[in-house]
Design a protein around this ligand. Structure first.
Ligand code: HEC
Length: 132
């Protein structure tokens, strides 16, 4: 069931991936993956591991952010995890969101966003919403 759902998300994501805006992603979405949230590990800490669908490029030694080439790869990956125009059908937004706020039942990385009012959650949602 879970696997089936994941496939649906992936297919939905790839259909409209071109319409997602890279510059907005780079400026407003990607920094969230590097940001430390109280009581949570940063997304990048767990999601550089290659066995994730949400797989981020490892940072270069000593770097605090990604090179443009790495960001482009991250963008491709992340684009597969969202449904353009529909934040609440997008795994990237559902998985780290508290279940009580409309999120997934379980995320090993914790309830990174307690509600849909979290400004970072909203920034990702705005990027997804702007695409058609
Ligand atoms: C402590 C480690 C950890 C952190 C921190 C973490 N995650 Fe995860 N995440 C996981 C694991 C493990 C999975 C695999 C499925 C599961 O157990 O939830 C996962 C699954 C996901 C998925 C589903 C796709 C996939 O790769 O399986 C998304 C999307 C996701 N996480 C987003 C995020 C976001 C966004 C953040 C930061 C705001 C974040 N995660 C932080 C461990 C983490």
């Amino acid at each position: 069931m879970v696997v089936g759902l994941l496939c649906l998300f992936v297919i939905a994501g790839s259909v409209g991936a071109q319409s997602l805006d890279y510059e907005t992603y780079k400026a407003t979405v990607e920094p969230i993956f590097l940001k430390k949230r109280p009581t949570h590990a940063r997304c990048v800490v767990c999601h550089v591991s290659a066995n994730h669908a949400f797989h981020l490029e490892p940072l270069n030694k000593g770097a605090t952010t990604w090179t443009d080439a790495q960001s482009r790869k991250n963008f491709e990956t992340v684009s597969q995890l969202v449904k353009p125009g529909e934040p609440l059908s997008s795994l990237l937004l559902i998985q780290p969101l508290a279940h009580s706020a409309g999120g997934a039942e379980f995320h090993s990385g914790g309830r990174q966003f307690a509600s849909q009012d979290d400004p970072d959650w909203q920034a990702i949602a705005a990027w997804v919403k702007a695409a058609h």
